[in-house]
Design a protein. Structure first.
Lengths: 265, 308
């Protein structure tokens, strides 16, 4: 399998605080990598570094076969990295359909002049974009919600719409930041199945931050554990679950001493 | 005050109000577009309007001197508008690039002061170019009236009213329907999320300045044609009044700026029926004070959200 994303000694500091210290990651194509760790471990910071929101202080990020260190967010996005957010960040005053159309922005060619001239290629492209947006709405099961303002959608649908918007970018790598946060068990199960489906049908790699261990252990091919900005474990879900360092990070030393099984599936 | 009941006076004032209101609205859109995206008031916008007016002035003067306007009057007016819009668009883009972008992440007061500085700078640049005296706009449209039984409208007014409506409808469709328009709305709502959806935020901000400036330029040429005299200080009062209009409608809200512009224009037109015309400005700024006290979020009430 080819490696799609690789970080080499990635470091990020905020003043005196080292949020990420020497992180080495490798993610093959068509793989779901779970990223877990206690609060403040640096998971979202890692996402922000990968997508160019934060400049990194050390190391390098290789995507495909080029370094994306120091590139701006909209450039990393057009290279094929799309993401969702821990706290939903849809464009609330735009309709569901429009949100997806915005996601397609960097895949469309027409510019301001095309919009003013309204020439045939622009109109054709617009039409295609609308078709694609409809397709994506169907794919995430929001067929009849296209004209609803994003802020008026139920919470679970907003999460799905955010994923659809990210998919509109036509990513090769999808970063999901706690996609099931705030969902009830039924919604969570549905979404888990949906993430699997995205991977198999669209053949892309997924980097998944998730606190729900059933989700992470259930769908990840491999799991990486961060704690205080350091990678403390990596491996199959089974290996990670049994790793004493991971149990300690989640429950403290006491947990290990008492032999409790910290991360239960 | 029996003349207040005269329908002819009422209709005349409505026409006057819509004419000047359309001009205010076009300028106000520039304030509101920029505020919607950057949460900053571009106080140099009045000077962009002034430069546009002079751009149109230069073009029209050239057409008149070369005799082109005698053979093609319509074409020269369109060309003058385009020239004005190009001048202002370039100026707006430069202003954003030089005076505002370096301060994008500075405290909110910094770009405001930079804007005021740019405003004074631009006034003085124009004064150096044209000297401190009035310039007379070449008249191309004949000052003639269309009679409709009990009221009449001048060609100027008809031209300004329809021109401003046309531009505003165009802008509205652009923002609602086109890819770039959607990107503008996305950036206005959440700049970072928009960037992560592959939108080049700097480019969109630049386009916003260019569009706002081009609209102000159109208003500048209209003012030149309507009032026939322009000078380097002409941007100040219309700039502040258009800002008032934008606040009236709800700053950051595009239909609000249009509504605010017409509202202010009509208020001034009817205000002069009750008091001497010199008090016209009092009406505008009195309204601004009242709105700020009683409805700070404006007529269309965009919820003012303080973002970190």
């Amino acid at each position: 399998m080819t490696i799609l994303l690789q970080t080499k000694g990635l470091s990020k500091r905020f003043g005196g605080l080292t949020a990420l210290n020497n992180i080495d990651l490798a993610l093959e194509s068509c793989v779901i990598l779970g990223l877990i760790g206690p609060n403040g471990a640096g998971k979202t910071t890692l996402f922000n570094c990968l997508t160019g929101v934060y400049p990194i202080d050390g190391g390098d990020i290789i995507f495909g076969n080029r370094s994306i260190r120091g590139l701006k967010s909209h450039v990393t996005t057009s290279l094929g990295i799309a993401r969702t957010f821990q706290n939903i960040r849809l464009f609330g005053n735009m309709t569901a359909l429009e949100n997806i159309l915005v996601g397609q922005h960097c895949r469309m060619k027409a510019g301001v002049w095309g919009a003013i001239a309204m020439n045939r290629s622009t109109l054709k492209e617009e039409k295609k974009a609308f078709g694609k947006a409809d397709e994506l709405l169907n794919f995430v099961g929001l067929n009849d919600q296209g004209d609803t303002l994003a802020k008026n959608l139920p919470y679970g649908d907003q999460r799905r719409l955010e994923i659809a918007r990210a998919l509109a970018v036509k990513p090769r790598l999808l970063l999901l930041d706690e996609p099931t946060a705030g969902m009830n068990p039924r919604e969570t199960a549905e979404l888990t199945g949906f993430i699997e489906q995205i991977r198999t049908e669209l053949e892309l790699s997924i980097l998944l931050i998730e606190h729900d261990m059933r989700v992470v252990m259930g769908i990840s091919d491999r799991v990486t554990v961060l704690d205080y900005g350091v990678k403390i474990a990596e491996g199959s879900p089974e290996e990670v679950r049994k790793n004493p360092k991971v149990i300690e990070a989640y429950l403290g030393r006491l947990g290990t001493m008492m032999g409790k099984r910290a991360v239960t599936a | 005050m029996s003349y207040l009941l005269n329908p002819q006076v009422i209709i005349d004032q409505i026409i006057n109000g819509l004419t000047i209101g359309g001009i205010y609205a076009l300028i106000a859109l520039g304030y509101t577009l920029v505020y919607g995206i950057l949460f900053m008031i571009n106080f140099a916008h009045g000077e962009i309007f002034m430069f546009g007016s002079f751009g149109g002035f230069a073009a029209l003067t050239y057409f008149v001197n070369s005799g082109f306007s005698d053979t093609h009057p319509g074409l020269s007016i369109v060309a003058a508008f385009l020239a004005a819009m190009v001048v202002s668009a370039i100026l707006g883009a430069l202003l954003e690039r030089i005076a505002y972008r370096p301060l994008r992440n500075a405290p909110r007061l910094a770009p405001l002061i930079s804007a005021i500085g740019a405003s004074i700078f631009l006034q003085n640049v124009m004064m150096l170019i044209i000297k401190a005296r009035m310039q007379v706009y070449p008249d191309i449209i004949q000052e003639e009236f269309l009679e409709f039984g009990w009221f009449s409208i001048s060609y100027f007014q008809l031209f300004i009213i329809s021109g401003s409506v046309l531009l505003m409808v165009g802008l509205y469709l652009f923002i609602q329907k086109t890819k770039t328009g959607k990107a503008m709305r996305a950036v206005a709502e959440d700049r970072d999320a928009a960037s992560l959806m592959g939108i080049d935020v700097n480019r969109i901000i630049l386009i916003t300045f260019v569009i706002g400036s081009a609209l102000a330029a159109a208003a500048g040429v209209m003012v030149g044609i309507y009032y026939t005299q322009i000078d380097h200080m002409m941007g100040f009062i219309p700039g502040i009044k258009a800002f008032t209009a934008a606040v009236l409608g709800g700053i950051g809200n595009v239909p609000g700026a249009m509504l605010g512009g017409y509202f202010l224009g009509l208020a001034e037109a009817f205000g002069v029926l009750f008091m001497p015309a010199e008090y016209k400005d009092v009406i505008a700024f009195g309204l601004l004070v009242l709105v700020l006290i009683f409805r700070p979020s404006g007529i269309l009430g965009e919820v003012v959200s303080e973002r970190a």
